[in-house]
Structure formats: C-alpha cells, structure tokens
Ligand binder design. Structure first.
Ligand code: ADP
Ligand code: MG
Length: 694
C-alpha cells in the first residue's frame, strides 16, 4: 500500500491549479498524469529576466529586460511594414517593433512619455538595436515586473509556459516533506540537497548550468531514480537467491580432457569468466549470470566449460538458442568436443517429432543424454530432465526481466547463464541487467585479422559487382545483405528478391542463394546449408543471418543500404566475416546523399571493430532508450537521469542497492522505510512484493 504521505502527489493532474478538463489531455502528452509527474517535469531551458540598466552590451538574440521611457510612435508607412516605437533606457535609444499591430492597443499600453519595463529578445537591424514583440510589457507602478530567472518547460501545442509554470508551482506546493532515503554521508560528500530542496531547485534554475545534468539538484534527483530502479532489481535478485539451488562443483576431469584437445589456449578473459561462473555454480544459490562478449570472443566455449562442470557432477546441462539454425550450429560446434570427453549431446527443437522425439525425451529423462541443445522447445512441459543443473541461454537481448524470472522458476533450481553477443555499454548493462551478475569477454582470441571496411556509393554498384566477380573467381564466398525493416515489409522483400535475380544474372543461376524471413524454415535451412557447404558462393539475405551464423569461409560482406541499418546491427553483420584465416572485407553500400547521423554511424564502423566502443558511440548517437528497445531491455524510463551522462551514478546505485538489500533485506530500518517511500514515489510498487515473504 502506498504510504499516506504520498497521497497528494498521486492525485490526478487535474487537481493542479490551471489544469482543467480541456488542458488535462495536453498535460498528459507531456507525461503529466498525476501531480508527481509535474514535479519531475524538468525545465529544458532558463531565461534570464533580471532587470538590467541598458540593452547596451547585450548579446544579439539574448533576452533582455530593461526599464524604458516610451518615445515616439511610428505607425507603418506602407502595408506590411512594422509599427515602430522608439524607447530609451538608461543609456541607449532602441526600437520596439510590432508587425500586424493594432495602433490603439499600442497607444494604450505604451503611452509616450511614460515608463515601462519591457522584456524580450534583442536584435540588430541596420545597426540599430530593436526588440520585436516583447514577451512582457509592464507598468512599474502596477508592480509584478519581471525580474529574475524563468524556467522554460518542454512544451506542447496549446499549453503556454505561463500555464505550465503555474501547474508546476501548485505541484511544488503540494509536495510533502519526505523522509531522507539517501545516505547522509553520501549526500554530504556529493554536495547534494535534500529531496524537497532538490525539487524546488529543479524548477528554479538560475543559470544555464542549472539545466545541465551535472547540476547538483538534477544529480540528486537522477540518483533517486537510478537507485529506485537498481533497488527494485536488487530485490528481485535477492528473492531469487533466497530460493535454494544446488552447489555444483565438478572435479575438473572433463574440462581437463577438453582443454588438452583444444588446439589453442583460453584467453585471459575466458579464464576469468569461467572462474566467475564456476564460483557461482559452486554455491547453493541460483546463478543468474550474463556472459557478454563481442561476436567471436569465444562465449560458446566458456559456456561449454560451465556445462562440463555440471556434467562432471553427474548432472545435465542445456543450451537454448533463439532459432533452429543457431541450435544446429551450436550442436555442430560442440559435438566434436563432446566426443573427446565421451559425452552424449542431442538436439531438441520444434521439428523433433513422433517416435524420434519420444526416444529423445526418455533419454533426457533418464539422464543418458548429458547435454541438450535446442530452441524454446526445450522448455515444453513434457520435457523433463533427470538432473538439470545448468541452462545456458544464447542471445539474451530477446528476453526481458520477466522472462528471465520465468526461466529461473522452470529450471527446478538450475543455474542460468545467458550469453549476449550484443556488446552493451556498462551503464546500460547495469540498467537492463542489474538483477544479474555480469561477466565480460573483452578480449578476442589472438590472430584475428582486421576486416577491411569500405564505404561505396550505390551509384558504383557495377564496380562492386565486378570486383566481387573477381573475388568469386578466386574462390571467395560472400554475404550480400539487403535491409528489411520489418518482417512484413513487402517492398523490402521484393528488393531482396530483385537483388538475388540481378546477382544470378551476373554470376550464374547456381552461384547465388536467397534467404529471408518469409521463407519456410526448410527453405531457409537449405539456402544456409548450400552456402555453408560452398555449393553456392553468394548468399543474399535480409538480416536473418545477423544472429550468430558461422561460416568461416565467408570473407566478404556487402551491406546494401548500409545507411538504413543501426550501428549495432552493422557491427553484428560485419562480424559474420573475419572468422576464418582469409583476409576479409566489408563493403558498406550506401545510397547518397548521406544524412549527418548516417555518416557518423558509418564512420565509426570504419574506424573500429571493437564492439564495446561501437556500442558506446551508438549510445552517444542515439540515446539510451533507442539502443535496446527500452521495455525489452528492462531499461528504466527515466525523467531526470540520462543514462548516457550519469554512467558513474548508475554504478554507484547498483552497488548501493545491493548493499542495502544485503543489510536490510526487508527494508525495515529507518532508512529502509524511507526507501520504501522512494520506491512508491518512483512508481516501483511492484518491487515491494519482493520484500519479506519468500
Ligand atoms: P562467440 O560465441 O563469442 O561469438 P565462439 O565461441 O563462437 O564465439 O568462438 C568463435 C571461434 O573462436 C570459434 O571457432 C572458437 O573455436 C574459436 N575460439 C574460441 N576461443 C578461442 C581461443 N581462446 N583461441 C582461439 N580460438 C578460439
Ligand atoms: Mg556464438
């Protein structure tokens, strides 16, 4: 139950002064549904309306407030010309300019010889200062002259600044004194105000700096948001960890066998990740760990060592991939290693049917199969394991927090390792996966050759085809990617089909295979298989090959309409080549003229192959919400915090939240009680149910 002290803040916005039935929908557009939302409506600018002696020395375009003596009125001499009024401040004459003016009105509010305070933007015209359409014209004798600073709110049509300010002021008046939920020493160290002062300061900026995310009041409020988000995740995590798991610590015998058979040694990052994972598995809590690493960083091998650890104890492990193709690929990769270790591995997908499936299920149930690779078919209700201790889930970014929880509940205490090949900046990883522990593979296996990346205009399509022809003659294999924004986009599909036809004309009917999302699974597989086996040399595809497909012999990647792809996607696509021993190249075939943002994206890609750097740049170019699909990644919808700016705060919030939960799991202390208020204030009511009972 929401604490009573917060009731006034959760009243409908219509309770605010100046918000009525007509304007309420407009406020809703600004995100203001309740009183509390108005409190967190952050100004996007500030206007300095402090009274100054003269417009002299003002920067052109700046807003200036001065006291003037009104001089001569000059009505327009011809149609379309402005009405001009000369005024004088302490040192200078300048001109107030009005277009389409009513002279009676101007004579009334600006009578010659009287004093007025005017405020507005100052401009230069023919060397003379003028103020077109002042924002304010006030008779100083009637009081209420503008002086000081004025917040500027992000607006929406139909609402003016005055009205918004009024609503915000009435929200401020309704704000109760709330108990402090932040650590006092931390607040003092940061020089941050208490919540009530911070809210007040948010709406009373006095400089451009006060609008910046680094302003103390904004930092404090951002930290409140981040902490509430991380606290909610930490509570979910704590509850999961309270559920018993199994301590799984193998004797290392299988791992040693596999190590001895590998033609290479593990990278430092792989070693580190494996020991983090084994450390978790060795405890009788449930592991939920994210293994993050760029394409080709060697995640699968790390996961395999974790699976071996489970099998060494006589238990089983499962590996779940998002698609049939990827499941098969994992199987093919792991089979030889399993053979080395004398293990049984099997594939279970939606296509396993009838007798074959029954036989498989019984071997999984009686434990004669050690490792099962599959799609979500793995989690159908009739699939039972003898002793499942580890579930590895590939390509995590398709799952949200809720699905992660579901998975954890299903595994009967099994540990869960999720692998993601989408490098995510650390901040976002903390935001989206704060309930998980994270291992990062930030080092690639040695000996990978750089991929030569070029930008080529589509106007030079013929040349690209010619150089591709030469490469194919030398035996090269190439991907040709066509954009597909949505599975249902017929125009894009037609374009991919046209491209395949054109390339067939150029290279011969059998040289080119086509695959896209609208094909039947068997057709897709056939195309993939032909390409993998080298029966065809060119694979025209929409982005279906994006996720994890592995054909080491492919060395050329052509991405048509590269300007339409996101940075992360381009990086993933490029990662499909450069996996073997040959020199690889990537051609970003773009349709000019390029916009600024497309140009910036492609430039980053040409500059670096480091997925984490690319992700950081992507974050800067696009902003956090866009990057992952906010809801999908479990990213918080923040009002004050900016994930691209408040990185460090996010880390502190994660650690802070975990510390709080480890000391005061049920939020029962005085600070704990205040933190409950914070959770409710931030609309994280759902987190409260993870308190106590579990
Ligand atoms: P990811 O799953 O991270 O994309 P993979 O696990 O598929 O990467 O590894 C890509 C390739 O690199 C595989 O062929 C794998 O055998 C190889 N590989 C993995 N670890 C190493 C290593 N330490 N040294 C050399 N090659 C490695
Ligand atoms: Mg992989």
């Amino acid at each position: 139950m929401r604490p009573e002290i917060l009731f006034p803040l959760f009243a409908e916005a219509i309770k605010l002064e100046g918000v009525g039935p007509k304007t309420a929908p407009l406020y809703e557009k600004l995100g203001v549904k309740r009183v509390v939302d108005a409190l967190f409506l952050a100004p996007s600018g500030v206007i300095d309306r402090r009274l100054r002696p003269s417009v002299q020395g003002a920067v052109e375009g700046a807003t200036v407030t001065v006291k003037v003596t009104v001089g001569k009125h000059s009505p327009p001499g011809r149609r379309g010309a402005p009405y001009r009024i000369t005024v004088r401040d302490e040192t200078l004459d300048f001109v107030l300019v009005f277009f389409h003016a009513h002279s009676e009105y101007l004579l009334r509010i600006l009578p010659t010889g009287e004093q007025r305070i005017v405020s507005g933007k100052i401009e230069l015209y023919d060397g003379i200062a003028q103020m077109p359409h002042p924002d304010m014209i006030v008779d100083p004798e009637e009081g209420d002259a503008p002086d000081g600073f004025e917040p500027v709110y992000p607006g929406t049509a139909g609402l003016n600044q005055k009205a918004i300010s009024k609503a915000v002021r009435s929200a401020l008046a309704a704000a109760p004194d709330l108990p402090e939920w932040q650590d006092a020493a931390w607040l003092e160290k940061q020089g941050w105000p208490d919540w009530n002062s911070a809210i007040a300061a948010l709406h009373a900026p006095e400089s451009a700096f006060d609008i910046e995310p680094q302003a103390p009041a904004r930092q404090r409020l951002a930290y409140d948001e981040l902490l509430s988000h991380q606290l909610a995740l930490a509570l979910v995590r704590a509850r999961r960890r309270r559920m018993r798991g199994h301590a799984t610590a193998g004797d290392g015998r299988l791992r040693a066998q596999v190590m001895a058979a590998l033609p290479f040694s593990l990278t430092g990052a792989q070693d580190r990740a494996i020991s983090e994972i084994l450390g978790d598995m060795g405890q009788d809590k449930r592991m939920l760990r994210l293994l993050q690493g760029d394409v080709g960083a060697g995640k699968t091998l790390v996961a395999f060592f974790a699976m071996l650890n489970a099998v060494e104890t006589g238990a089983q492990a499962a590996l779940m991939a998002p698609t049939e193709i990827l499941a098969r690929q994992h199987l093919a990769g792991l089979e030889p290693l399993c053979e080395t270790a004398g293990l049984r591995i099997a594939l279970l997908t939606g296509r396993s049917k009838g007798k074959e499936r029954e036989a498989l299920l019984s071997e999984i149930a009686d434990g004669s199969i050690d490792i099962v690779v599959g799609t979500h078919a793995l989690f159908q209700s009739d699939v039972t394991f003898q002793a499942l201790r580890l579930a590895v889930v590939d390509e995590q970014h398709r799952f949200g927090v809720n699905q992660r929880n579901e998975l954890a509940e299903k595994g009967a205490g099994a540990d869960i390792l999720v692998m993601s090949a989408t490098p995510i900046p650390r901040t976002l990883a903390l935001a989206g996966y704060g309930d998980m522990d994270i291992s990062v593979l930030d080092e690639k296996p040695p000996g990978r050759k750089p991929i030569e990346t070029r930008m080529v205009s589509l106007a030079r399509y013929d040349q690209v085809v010619e150089s591709l022809r030469a490469a194919l003659a030398r035996g090269a294999r190439a991907y040709w990617i066509c954009p597909l924004v949505e599975e249902s986009d017929v125009i894009d599909l037609a374009a991919a089909e046209d491209r395949a036809r054109a390339l067939r004309r150029a290279f011969g009917e059998d040289a080119v295979a086509l695959t896209h999302g609208k094909l039947k699974p068997a057709e897709k597989d056939a195309a993939m298989a032909a390409f993998k086996a080298g029966e065809c040399q060119v694979l025209v595809a929409t982005t279906v090959v994006e996720v994890g497909v592995d054909v080491p012999e492919a060395t050329i990647m052509v991405i048509e309409h590269a300007e339409r792809f996101g940075l992360a996607q381009l990086h993933q696509l490029r990662g499909r080549v450069g996996r073997g021993t040959g020199e690889s190249s990537c051609v970003l075939l773009y349709q000019g003229p390029l916009g600024d943002s497309a140009r910036a994206r492609l430039a980053v890609l040409r500059e670096t192959e480091d997925g984490f750097r690319i992700a950081e740049e992507d974050l800067k170019l696009r902003g956090a919400g866009d990057l992952l699909g906010t809801a999908q990644a479990g990213l918080p919808k923040t009002r004050i915090a900016d994930l691209a700016v408040h990185e460090t705060l996010m880390e502190v919030a994660r650690d802070d939240a975990r510390l709080i939960v480890s000391r005061d799991a049920d939020l029962k202390t005085e600070r704990g009680e205040a933190l409950r208020t914070l959770l409710y204030l931030m609309g994280r009511d759902e987190a409260i149910k993870y308190l106590g009972a579990a």
